[in-house]
Design a protein around this ligand. Structure first.
Ligand code: UT7
Length: 356
């Protein structure tokens, strides 16, 4: 059986920045409330569609792995904000990277990237695939009703990707275990009315937005992530003390602190970068992996525990033992097209619609 090891990683953050003060300029909130209650200081607003973010992250991950797109034999793209539902946007990424393989999108909300890595590792372990690209990409700004302060302050746009490769050997490396769950009793607490349930002939139906019952999701998030993290550690025979780094979904710094507290994992072992990006849903974990590598937080052979939760209410946990390499083999020259607008200019049509 082959171990699924991460050999490439890349992220794509759109350049336009929307600060807490920018948001406080149009709704009743403050930088102090947002940073204290969530840990968020800014988020990025995309001037391009989700697939463009995903393709750049994918090309950077391929370069880091020293691979070309034609060597990939499965693409799994996690998103809840695809630029098209038909076809899926994994197909767009596939065309951009020149791959010839299976490709599909998954919607498991903020847990989507961990769902994707779990499925990829199983494909590799079974021998069905050898090199799998997993991307998490979101343009959640598309869904925001900027008059609703409970969600306007939380979300941002971005993408991250990893390449997983099958590696033979005596040493146990790569994905050591994963667990997936869904709590349908909580599906009303985090939702958007976008989909075939909309009356396409009624212009009112275009007023879809993300509805969030923050307190309910907060409680269920901590409980859901904790139980799956505990299960994954137990099944892998790894104890808390052997966890070197925790890379959780970045939805709220207080959720992360609660999870660490309940699991008695010291905060020094927990990676948090929510201040810079807000909640980019399924992209938070691959972006955090890239940042943790850049900051030297990921060492060869270290045990990384990751947990996520999101609409559904999905949850997932993953235990990953990093391989030997923590630096990219190559860099990519893939870039987004230049952005001529500020974040405020990019959200202006939505502001005019929702706030006037
Ligand atoms: O990735 C999956 C999706 N992410 C999540 O679901 C996040 C989960 N939930 C959360 O992160 C938190 O629940 C929130 C950040 C959404 C809200 O924080 P909270 O500490 O749970 O606040 P709350 O909803 O209990 O509201 C406390 C107060 C309320 O005022 P009153 O009733 O005490 O007067 C709210 O109206 O804070 C008020 N409030 C705000 N004030 C300023 C809510 N949002 C804001 C805001 N600015 N943006």
């Amino acid at each position: 059986m082959q171990n699924a090891v991460v050999t490439g990683w890349g992220k794509c953050i759109p350049p336009a920045v929307l600060t807490n003060d920018d948001i406080a300029g149009f709704i009743d909130t403050t930088d102090e409330w947002i940073s204290k209650r969530t840990g968020i200081r800014r988020r990025h607003i995309s001037h391009v569609n989700t697939s463009a973010l995903a393709s750049v992250a994918a090309q950077r991950a391929l370069a880091a792995a020293g691979l070309s797109g034609s060597e990939i034999d499965l693409i799994i793209l996690a998103t809840t904000s695809p630029d098209t539902l038909i076809p899926n946007i994994a197909a767009t990424v596939q065309a951009d990277i020149g791959a010839s393989c299976g490709a599909f999108d998954i919607n498991a909300a903020c847990s989507g990237f961990l769902y994707g890595v779990g499925l990829a590792s199983t494909q590799i372990a079974s021998g069905q695939c050898h090199k799998v690209l997993v991307v998490g990409a979101e343009r959640l700004s598309y869904y925001i009703d900027w008059s609703r302060r409970e969600t306007a302050v939380l979300f941002g746009d971005g993408a991250g990707a990893v390449v997983l490769e099958g590696v033979d050997g005596d040493r146990v490396l790569g994905v050591l275990g994963y667990a997936l769950h869904n709590d349908p009793g909580g599906r009303e607490f985090l939702k958007s009315e976008f989909g075939t349930g909309m009356n396409r002939f009624d212009p009112e139906s275009l007023n879809f937005y993300i509805h969030l019952d923050g307190r309910e999701v907060f409680k269920r998030a901590v409980h859901g992530m904790q139980s799956l993290c505990v299960r994954v550690l137990e099944e892998a025979g790894v104890c808390d003390a052997e966890v070197d780094l925790v890379i959780p979904h970045q939805a709220n710094a207080r959720i992360i602190a609660s999870l660490a507290g309940r699991m008695k994992l010291p905060m020094e072992k927990v990676f948090i970068n929510i201040a810079q990006y807000g909640n980019t849903s399924t992209a938070t974990i691959p972006i955090a992996i890239c940042d943790a590598l850049d900051e030297g937080r990921i060492k060869p052979g270290c045990n990384i525990l990751s947990g996520a939760f999101g609409a559904g209410l999905t949850s997932a946990a993953l235990l990953l033992r990093w391989g030997d390499r923590t630096t990219p083999l190559n860099s990519s020259d893939a870039e987004l097209p230049p952005c001529e607008s500020s974040a405020m200019e990019l959200i202006r049509p939505a502001l005019d619609h929702f706030c006037n």
